[in-house]
Design a protein around this ligand. Structure first.
Ligand SMILES: NC(=O)NCCC(=O)O
Length: 368
């Protein structure tokens, strides 16, 4: 296992501080003064317990203003794979579908309106094996693959926008790491292909696909304008910036990341992106251990993911993270008016001096 701590920092803090200390901790560390826990339906905790899923729900309020509140409910799902990675691909995918459907059902019954799943959510993150052939049945068309059809039905049933990060295989047979956006009527709204690909340590994604060619799209869904910054893209400040420039109100960061790669800054990057860009960010990481035996040299490759999914508001306030090891559903009711209120207060937009950076970037690039 990569992580030494099995409990999350939040669990440790909550279990060891008294009420007063915890309040101070939340105020100073998370900036949590004006929002709290969101009430769930009476049946939800027991439904989650039955499925061994952690559930947590919070609200981020904005100041009262002339405009009515723009309340939306966001949901994030983190989950482990279900079957061993040497089982037939169809069976692996179906087992994950079955589990995730039950969690989506709970999200739907809680009135979640925009839901995001983790990076390549319906498969083990096999990219560490460097093998391709063995796994190709996990690759699918963005608007006509098994995961699209599965989620489209659920989107319609629950009036739910779903962000579905997949392994895409386009019509020409080329692979991409893609997030598909399905609107609340179940229709395909568009896709974003991962811009920045890791080629470091055991993350060898350039073996499989090219950097994305879709730029920084923002999707006007039924409930909000959203964008997706896929995993490794969170290390790139300009990636976050472009989604803000293009008008995103909420940016999702579906990930598959391990402790060795920077658990210490998992809680910082998306949080500071929210504060710097004046939008909500939503970070989702998978959980559990995934073991692979490579077909060629029969090497064992093992990965452990630390979960810790969380949501940050544009003023930098964030929720506690979900567990490091359990499947979980994190819900936040957010008032999108907070984006504009924070931007008005900070003046970051007015003082951004983008033209200065555009010129300096152009000058630098033209010299290389
Ligand atoms: N999936 C992915 O991009 N992982 C790279 C490691 C990281 O950036 O956390």
């Amino acid at each position: 296992m990569d992580g030494v701590l099995v409990q999350s920092l939040d669990e440790i803090v909550t279990n060891n501080l008294d009420q007063d200390q915890l309040q101070q901790f939340n105020r100073i560390y998370y900036g949590r003064t004006d929002h709290g826990e969101l009430k769930l339906k009476e049946s939800t905790p027991s439904a989650c317990k039955k499925l061994n899923i952690q559930i947590a729900a919070y609200s981020f309020d904005a100041d009262k203003e002339v405009r009515p509140p723009k309340l939306i409910k966001i949901g994030l799902i983190q989950h482990a794979i279900v079957l061993p990675t040497n089982k037939p691909i169809n069976e692996q995918r179906e087992a994950i579908f079955e589990k995730v459907e039950k969690i989506i059902q709970i999200a739907g019954s809680e009135g979640v309106q925009i839901l995001c799943l983790q990076e390549t959510w319906y498969m083990p993150f096999f990219l560490c094996t460097r093998e391709i052939k063995e796994w190709e049945d996990f690759a699918e068309l963005a608007h006509d693959g098994p995961s699209f059809h599965f989620l489209s039905k659920l989107a319609t049933k629950y009036n739910l926008v779903i962000v579905s990060p997949i392994l895409e295989k386009d019509e020409a047979g080329v692979w991409w790491n893609t997030a598909v956006v399905i609107d609340a009527d179940g229709k395909y709204l568009g896709k974003h292909r991962k811009n920045h690909l890791p080629s470091v340590g055991s993350f060898n994604e350039t073996t499989y696909y090219s950097p994305g060619n879709t730029g920084h799209p923002v999707f006007a869904t039924k409930f909000a304008k959203i964008a997706v910054n896929i995993c490794y893209g969170r290390h790139h400040a300009l990636n976050w910036l472009m989604f803000a420039i293009n008008g995103a109100e909420v940016v999702f960061n579906p990930a598959a990341t391990i402790s060795k790669f920077g658990e210490s800054f998992w809680g910082i990057e998306a949080r500071s992106a929210a504060a710097a860009n004046g939008y909500f960010t939503c970070s989702i990481n998978r959980v559990g251990t995934e073991d692979f035996i490579t077909k060629g040299d029969k090497k064992t490759v093992s990965r452990n993911y630390y979960g810790s999914s969380y949501i940050t508001a544009p003023n930098g306030c964030r929720t506690p993270g979900l567990s490091k090891s359990l499947d979980g559903l994190l819900i936040a009711q957010v008032d999108l008016n907070l984006n504009r209120q924070v931007r008005d207060k900070t003046g970051y937009n007015l003082t951004s001096r983008l033209e200065m950076y555009a010129k300096e970037l152009n000058d630098t690039l033209s010299k290389n």
